[in-house]
Design a protein around this ligand. Sequence first.
Ligand code: ADP
Ligand code: MG
Length: 457
Amino acid sequence: MNQLAQKNLDNVDVWQQICTELKKRIGNATYNSWINPLKLVSLENHELQLSAPTKFIADWVETHFYPKIRALSPVEIRTISISIGGLNEQTPPASEAVEVAPETKVINIDNYNEAISSRIDKRYRFDNFITASSNDIAFAAAKKVAEKGGDAGFNPLFLHAGVGLGKTHLLHAIANYNLDNNTGRKVLYLSAEKFLHCFIRSLRDKKILEFKEELRSADILMIDDFQFICGKESTQQEFFHTFNALVDSGKQLVISCDRAPSEFTELEERMRSRLASGLVMDIEKTDYNLRLQILKSKTAEHEAQISDEILEFMAEKITSNVRELEGALNRITARTSLVSRQIDIDSAKNWIADLLKVKTKDISIQEIQKEVAAEFNINLSDMVSSSRAKQIARPRQIAMYLAKKLTTSSLMEIGKMFGGKDHTTVMHACKKIDELQREDLGFMNSIETLTAKLKSC
Ligand code: ADP
Ligand code: MG
């Protein structure tokens, strides 16, 4: 790619172009399941950084789409990385910044000397956050901060919970509230990643003072996923100074974290007690009713037609966190939109089989061989033979692939179990099956079904 073209293409355009090309090649359904949830974080120095709402999606994209993304990019991409979390909406184009009411500044530091409102997800609001006893106090506390800023009566607000339980949603809801109501407050939202990125960049560019000023000028400063900041001595110190300056001048601080201050062993004592000096609030795990209500609310938002039976099934089975639940719902919604008939529960189960909390049992290579042989109607002995006939070699490759994916055996051990094959043969099989899945959605579905069957038998 020549330099001029590279220069003329905005990063968002580049990502859009990659997405459009990918969609053409992999089809809408696959695209909606895997690529649509990704968000562009940055594209700099040939390094593409994306974020995915779940680790599952990130892993899948890594194993299935990296080469395609690289090949389809109009600019050279040398490395791709995907972080977990963040918002599953693409970075809004810069022009969206004009939507921000002039009196209220909501800033996400993309560039410490450029105050642009971006990446505040407009969908994350107080009115679509469903409450129950597990999260209603955290919700009320966040709302109070949104309404009163530094006069909330507690400072900082320290929200802690496991992943996918609504921390980021509440932080964005605070920002959205201030935007919508034109409160005139300057609200600064920073993911920990962004904080670190800006901090390191400002050190490098000798602009640390500007960076500190920017932080200290906020009326409400929100730091998301604080756990990533405090492991590092220098940023911990920096944060601590900013923290004191803000609180002392009556500005409100909101911190989200995966654990309570008392659980931080790596934190200095003065910092730990300072963090705990405001309101420490946790969001507990969801219960069945809350999960069902969330599903109903999101289904209505998407205007999707999904039966109560399917929603109840999901609420019962996907208990880990709301993000996983949403992932499953998105998958079903995406596929439902492609067919005109009402989706039955069995199809739904198949589509999300890998997300379901099935019995976590160890799967053996022998079980895989047996299942695959039965599925393709070949003899079990064919699994260890050296026949190259396609009707035998392909199922054998599938079994090797599944052995790699579902067991902890090494390539060498797997090779041994397939009649003493070399580890490169296993590697080749895995690559081939990956490739076939990328090319053929039907094939991908049958591998997914087989995987789900093995996990549940
Ligand atoms: P966290 O930051 O705690 O990891 P998020 O705020 O990103 O979690 O939440 C993950 C997803 O679940 C988001 O899409 C969010 O809208 C949704 N979610 C979580 N809790 C609720 C809730 N109580 N009501 C509605 N949606 C929720
Ligand atoms: Mg979060």
